[in-house]
Design a protein around this ligand. Structure first.
Ligand code: SF4
Length: 343
């Protein structure tokens, strides 16, 4: 075994955090934890993980669920396509493998939403297969260990790092080795120029540390600027109910429920005229505090209006605020406009 693997596994045995998904070798639970933790910090992810496990204790239970229920449980994590893929993959596992995840890296990789990192994590931790699991954390650790200034966003770099860790992954404890690397990246070799090299078990082997580069590595390619979209969001009320609608089946937040909105920023008078032109009978129009929501490639800059209607128009589904809270997965981009429902 390489000295790095040796040191990291020993360190992990003593310092690894006690987390619910580390108390199991159940590949389903490991898969679920990895998908959830791609979206969020551990503290928040833990609640989601426990809720998912309580509701869907195995692949079969997840596969049999209604998609809307899965999305509702996922609400707040964003990237809803990942929840859909998780659900679809569970159904495929039932169809192809009788409800048990396959103990095969390539077969895992072929499931919807399962990339190299997730397949590697499930294969190594859940099945003890000798495959690496390289994510952004591990790429950062590798760049520092090797004093490597190649941008970690470069696909070649990921390939090289995967190859390097494939060679030094021990036969007998691949899952522990992968988890030790992830744990080092999460708790010691921290991002944004703040590694805790004084607590690092592989400091003596770290070229970045010895050359004084630990804090400036890794290098990232410059990001493209996000596109800004202005929107006017409508909290439509009629009697005790609120109007929502489904988004289109493709594109951003595909197929999810949303508050209706108009492109661009619209003033009260113009909005009243536009809604009247649609045949909406507006009784009251109140301006709401604006909000901003950042997606990966686009930012929504939103203004908002509470619109009280005399009659329910076609094209919207009207639900009570309680039903909206409990049964509909509304993306967090719209959450800022719901606070008036609590008043
Ligand atoms: Fe990261 Fe510092 Fe350890 Fe190197 S010595 S691996 S930079 S924490």
């Amino acid at each position: 075994m390489s000295e790095i693997a040796d040191k990291l596994i020993d360190w992990y045995g003593v310092n690894g955090r006690d987390l619910p998904w580390r108390r199991t070798r159940d590949p389903y639970r490991i898969w679920l934890s990895e998908v959830i933790l791609q979206q969020t910090r551990i503290a928040q992810g833990m609640d989601y993980y426990l809720r998912f496990i309580a509701r869907f204790p195995d692949v079969g239970a997840l596969a049999a669920a209604d998609e809307d229920e899965v999305l509702k449980l996922w609400q707040g994590l964003g990237y809803y396509s990942r929840a859909r893929n998780l659900h679809r993959a569970a159904q495929l596992v039932c169809e192809r493998y009788g409800g048990t995840l396959p103990a095969d890296y390539e077969a895992l990789l072929a499931l919807p939403g399962v990339g190299e990192y997730t397949a590697g994590a499930v294969a190594s931790i859940g099945f003890g297969l000798r495959v690496p699991a390289v994510d952004g954390n591990v790429l950062r650790v590798a760049a520092r260990l090797n004093d490597d200034f190649t941008p970690i966003t470069d696909a070649k770099q990921k390939k090289r790092t995967t190859g390097h860790f494939s060679e030094i992954t021990p036969e007998d404890r691949p899952g522990d080795f992968n988890q030790s690397l992830m744990e080092l990246g999460a708790t010691v070799c921290l991002p944004n120029g703040a590694p805790r090299c004084g607590s690092c078990p592989v400091q003596h082997l770290c070229l970045g540390y010895h050359h004084g580069h630990a804090e400036i590595l890794p290098v990232r390619a410059a990001k493209r600027a996000r596109r800004i979209e202005e929107r006017t969001v409508l909290l439509v009320r009629c009697g005790e109910e609120v109007g929502i609608r489904r988004r289109p089946k493709t594109g951003l937040l595909a197929g999810l429920w949303e508050l209706p909105s108009l492109e661009g920023k619209t003033g009260a008078n113009e909005l009243r005229a536009r809604l009247s032109a649609r045949g909406w009978q507006v009784e009251k129009l109140l301006s709401l505090r604006g909000a901003k929501h950042v997606f990966t490639h686009v930012e929504w800059h939103m203004s908002g209006f509470e619109v009280t209607l005399a009659e329910k128009p076609a094209g919207l589904t009207f639900v009570t605020p309680q039903a909206l809270r409990e049964s509909y997965a509304l993306p967090s981009a719209f959450r800022a406009f719901l606070s008036v429902l609590e008043e």
